[in-house]
Design a protein around this ligand. Structure first.
Ligand code: TYC
Length: 130
């Protein structure tokens, strides 16, 4: 189905906009056919995507510096914010790295888990619906 943006102007062969209010008589021209175009408004259908929080979990073994590096590398945090988030997780058991759409959140979790495993740290990263 053809969808038109709400403000799309319709230019018909029978009644070009350039002639509107000008040379065409109202209702029809001399061949008796209508000059009227039916323009149906289409309701805007923008839906907000579901969002997911990506969380880091505390453990007793992963070095603090490694967690800070993870936050800088995968969540684009500067050193100050990364350190603040790491310490929050260390003290509270869990903390938020960011909020993303489903696929982005899933990718972040996989990247962090693969990176932690590669360096043999037990760091856990999870996502939860916002
Ligand atoms: N608790 C860890 C330590 O004392 C540091 C740490 C912080 C581990 C945050 C994981 O998500 C984490 N070395």
């Amino acid at each position: 189905m053809l969808r038109l943006a709400q403000d799309t102007l319709i230019r018909t062969k029978r009644f070009p906009l350039s002639a509107a209010g000008g040379s065409q008589p109202p209702g029809g021209d001399d061949d008796g056919r209508s000059n009227t175009a039916i323009v149906t408004k289409v309701k805007p259908r923008t839906k907000r995507p579901n969002l997911y929080r990506v969380l880091l979990l505390n453990d007793d073994y992963t070095p603090m510096e490694f967690v800070v590096h993870v936050l800088e590398r995968f969540f684009n945090k500067n050193r100050e914010d990364a350190t603040r988030i790491m310490l929050h997780v260390h003290q509270n058991g869990v903390g938020e790295c960011g909020v993303f759409t489903y696929e982005v959140a899933e990718t972040k979790v996989t990247q962090v888990m693969d990176f932690a495993r590669k360096h043999q740290h037990p760091l856990q990263c999870v996502m939860e619906k916002n």
